[in-house]
Design a binder for this molecule. Structure first.
Ligand SMILES: [Ca+2]
Ligand SMILES: [Ca+2]
Ligand SMILES: [Ca+2]
Ligand SMILES: [Ca+2]
Length: 256
């Protein structure tokens, strides 16, 4: 009997391994890969949403503190409040195909909404709805690069822009006029990201160089406070507070 069991054990182990493989689906190769950790490591949440040809927007559309994704397809925006696959929870039309959409809490009520950028004219909407803009503003120059954030921690999002070089111009108001502050960070060839990396309520910038992210926790010149490697250099990167703990982290979209 003892001998028979011993002979059976390797077979049982082999069966268990097959069973475990059948229960755990293989890690998806494409889609959104989110992490809630500020350190390098594997993605904690992987899902598919929208099409890989869609533009991605990140925001807290329902004001619960957790960010989720939306995609822009032509002049429609497909929103979901859970980073999960399946159909969008809300589809709305705002702007025209070819417009750049920005997400932000422009009025400081805790809900993110959309703004359309057409050159250096911004059509800002304070509700998630179609129709005409609540405010129309002219900011900077048509070819400025823009990131959205709450730089002074007053709850309202505004823009920081880069006009071709490595100087960042911080505006704490949405309207024409000079920057409130400017400083040099990163290189002109780096991709610019914004987020509240340390959870102090003020957004700051990070730059992306390949799959390396160089994060600064103050809007001042200097070296990176945190350097993280995440995903692959060919991924598209997004910043958000996916778990609503007040700290922004990274997400990437990996297309086939
Ligand atoms: Ca939310
Ligand atoms: Ca708002
Ligand atoms: Ca602000
Ligand atoms: Ca978080």
């Amino acid at each position: 009997m003892r001998k028979a069991l011993a002979a059976l054990t390797p077979a049982l182990v082999a069966l268990t391994a097959v069973g475990a493989q059948a229960e755990d689906p293989p890690e998806p190769e494409h889609g959104f890969f989110l992490t809630n950790s500020a350190a390098a490591g594997p993605a904690q949440h992987v899902f598919h949403f929208g099409r890989f040809t869609d533009e991605v927007l990140v925001g807290d559309w329902d004001g619960d503190g957790a960010d989720s994704v939306a995609v822009q397809r032509g002049s429609t925006v497909h929103l979901t409040n859970n980073p999960a696959g399946g159909p969008a929870q809300t589809v709305l039309s705002y702007g025209r195909p070819g417009d750049t959409l920005l997400a932000g809490d422009w009025d400081g009520d805790g809900d993110d909404t959309l703004a359309v950028r057409r050159g250096n004219v911004y059509y800002v909407k304070d509700t998630l709805s179609g129709g005409s803009a609540d405010r129309v503003l002219t900011l900077g120059r048509p070819d400025d690069e823009i990131v959205v954030g709450d730089w002074d921690g007053d709850g309202r999002d505004t823009t920081t822009w880069r006009a071709g070089g490595d100087t960042l111009y911080v505006g704490n108001h949405m309207g024409p006029g000079h920057a409130d502050w400017y400083f040099v960070y990163g290189r002109a060839s780096d991709a610019l990201l914004a987020g509240d990396w340390d959870g102090d309520g003020c957004d700051t910038v990070g730059v992306r160089r390949g799959a390396t992210y160089l994060v600064r926790n103050s809007m001042t010149p200097g070296s990176a406070d945190v350097t993280v490697r995440y995903g692959r250099a060919t991924d598209e990167a997004f910043v958000g507070d996916w778990d609503g703990d007040g700290v922004d982290t990274l997400g990437v979209r990996r297309a086939p």
